[in-house]
Design a protein around this ligand. Sequence first.
Ligand SMILES: [Cu+2]
Length: 285
Amino acid sequence: MKKAVISILLAVAFLTACGKSGGSMDHSSHGETSGTTNNAAMDHSGMTIEAGSNQAVNVQAQFKLSSDKTMPKKDTTIMIHIQDKNGKPIDEFDTVHEKQMHFIIVSKDLSFFNHIHPDYKGNGEFTVTTQFPTAGEFKMIADITPTGMGAMNKSQWISVQGESPAQKSIEPDAVLTKVVDGKVVTLSIDHLMADMELNLNFNIKDAQTKQPVTDLQPYLGAVGHVVILTQDAENYLHVHPIDEKVSGPDAKFMTTFPHSGVYKIWGQFQQNDKVFTVPFVVKVP
Ligand SMILES: [Cu+2]
């Protein structure tokens, strides 16, 4: 039997005195059901200073963007330098789900979500070129497993120039069924509550025929991937399937919501060589 691999990564950010959005602190655990929340601050150089359990305390990330003024809808190269606490590059990373780094970008209101994979250049440096869709605040989250140190994530807020669009409110979904790219996706969660291991089941049907979809393709080596963030984007959970090898119509995941509150969940699946992303918002009592 395959054992579920669960990464629970908690982050808490603080505003810094210079008025910029704070860096964050991350706690990570692998295959455990809960974690503790830790504190962190960002100094004025943009370096994230972190403290916590596990090895995350010994790792820091510097995020650099190709321009001082990041513009919407323009190619932007993001460089992420992973270092030990003394500033020495960390240069070995485990490949997890086919990648050495999973990189998530979300807008502050969580209406925008992007999951991309920076290239590893060696010497602790990753780069990726992407675009931000609008002006406003975005959070970048680098999900890594430095060899021998366990899974962890490092994050940074960034401001994209221009007039930000109105923030969309994050309302819990009344019905956990969505239609995306010709698929009807229904999320079921047993006993939704905080600090308890629970199952998330995504059921996928064809929107036209109403028939179960049974030809999901492996996406990054598994039936699907799920990323979960708290409403304020401070707690990040990357969840892997219980059984990676299935091809639908159900994809089951196991996770623990660390505390009560509103969470946004993105399920990502692949069919006909195309990845589709299904968002849900839930309120955990
Ligand atoms: Cu990824």
